[in-house]
Design a protein around this ligand. Sequence first.
Ligand SMILES: C[S@@+](CC[C@H](N)C(=O)[O-])C[C@H]1O[C@@H](n2cnc3c(N)ncnc32)[C@H](O)[C@@H]1O
Length: 248
Amino acid sequence: MAQDPSKPDRLGPPRADGAPWRNFYGRRRGKQLRTGQIAHLDTTLPDLAVPNVGWDENPQRRPLDLHALFGRRAPLHLEIGFGGGEHLLARAAGEPQTDFIGCEPFVNGVAMLLPKLATQGSGNVRLHPGDARDLLDVLPAGSLSRCYLLYPDPWPKKKHHRRRFVSAETLTPLARALQSGAELRVATDIPDYVRHSLEAVAAQDAFEWTAQTPADWRDPWPDWTRTRYEAKALRQGRSPHYLRFRRL
Ligand SMILES: C[S@@+](CC[C@H](N)C(=O)[O-])C[C@H]1O[C@@H](n2cnc3c(N)ncnc32)[C@H](O)[C@@H]1O
């Protein structure tokens, strides 16, 4: 359901005039949040939220100062649509020398992750609790060494394929933000999303698919952590596919 711009919520204010119209068809909120989760949204999130992503705060779309954001210079990985945050949390703990930005517009997912981050420690994690397309606008060129897109919403009906996250609209700014040699990792349980991704990425001329053998897309990556959505897909009998693309 599209966000009603007249209803600001905990994810931030509605868009400023002049911002491009971007349809968002996912869910912004689900079941009622627990008191503790609301407290984390009010207290933990402001410390972790990436500033200057919104059009109100940054109408000129100036590139982010990542050094100031993390207080150091380190490789940066982006996870788009982290859901409950299982993968982001595990990667951030497993790679303390890497910085991570997680994007998720579904407030219940953000609320699920925050208490865990508060317990684990969050020095190398920042969050954009909103649309990844807004963040891509302001990421400096060549700033990312990896991007994860894990189980993007499948939009199985043909008439809805244009809603899929993998599209020219997102791959172009993503290619700009990824440095040469960086990886875009896409996991999906939908064979048609594999076809769709391979076609969309091939049309970009900015990436190469790295698979050499079927095991390269059937087997998870060495540092893989199962997400909530993957667990559901497996329970329902669908098979994961793991695609790795190298930025040329
Ligand atoms: C099918 S869920 C998968 C969640 C998680 N990656 C997992 O594997 O459990 C897709 C997620 O992408 C998020 N999403 C959809 N559009 C997005 C966008 N434009 N920017 C960032 N996240 C988005 C949704 O809110 C949702 O949480």
